[in-house]
Design a protein around this ligand. Sequence first.
Ligand SMILES: Nc1ncnc2c1ncn2[C@@H]1O[C@H](COP(=O)(O)OP(=O)(O)OP(=O)(O)O)[C@@H](O)[C@H]1O
Ligand SMILES: [Mg+2]
Length: 263
Amino acid sequence: MKIVVAKNVYKSFPQKSGHNLVVLKDINLTINKGEFVTLIGPSGCGKSTMLNIIAGLILPDKGRVLVNGKKVTSPGKDRVMVFQEGALFPWLTVLDNVMFGLKTNNIDNQTAYKRALEQLKAVHLHKFKDAYPHQLSGGMKQRVAIARALVMNPQILLMDEPFGALDEQTRLILHRELLEIWLKTRKTIVFVTHNIREAVKLSDRVIVFGIHPGRILKEFKISIPHPRPRGNQHLIKIENQILKILQQEVEKHMKIMGGKFGK
Ligand SMILES: Nc1ncnc2c1ncn2[C@@H]1O[C@H](COP(=O)(O)OP(=O)(O)OP(=O)(O)O)[C@@H](O)[C@H]1O
Ligand SMILES: [Mg+2]
């Protein structure tokens, strides 16, 4: 069943130079309920912009995004975003950070406490409930950010390079935890990364974006069950195919830029 549908999404931003930069051009995509979809592409290709459009934080110039058949015009409780740097409130404890959204939605204290603690258990952080963000490692902060998003019980989790700032070891642990949660809850996840291995390891489908303008170049469906073994030949083959497409795209782009700025 479809949950997110993007139809001919077009977005440009005015630049300081005066010209309009076309960031996304004719983006058409469909995401099914419970699917884990990753958007991958070079820096500046519009991945965050696309995620923000699905979140309702940015409106497209043309085209539209539908969530459950309804046009997105603003943020909604059905969609929650997790950013690269958890963006926790530094003056609140871990528990209060996770309870924050519930409280602003007028959920009584006792229920909020119970739900927040449950969610912290799911990310193995309940023992740190009284700690403050500055007392946590980067990986722990991201886990709190994930718990804070999940506690709202959204239908769709939007994740913008959530593990981008983590070391490889922590990243692998968080992959496992995120997959555990996803397999249990079957939330729809729209994930953004420029790490090809991460994309192929986690997703049901990887959508490869090109740059200037940001547009969909190719999609890869990956139906290997989890946990996906490192070194799986099929996965490596897909990784290499994605790498090749992205390399060609970046090289093409550099040639164009060279033509513009070179001698
Ligand atoms: N509010 C804005 N005003 C002007 N330009 C913008 C704005 N937001 C994004 N852009 C430009 O749009 C392009 C796409 O940005 P976006 O953040 O979506 O890329 P991205 O694919 O997420 O890149 P990265 O991998 O570096 O995060 C970039 O060239 C960026 O400079
Ligand atoms: Mg981005």
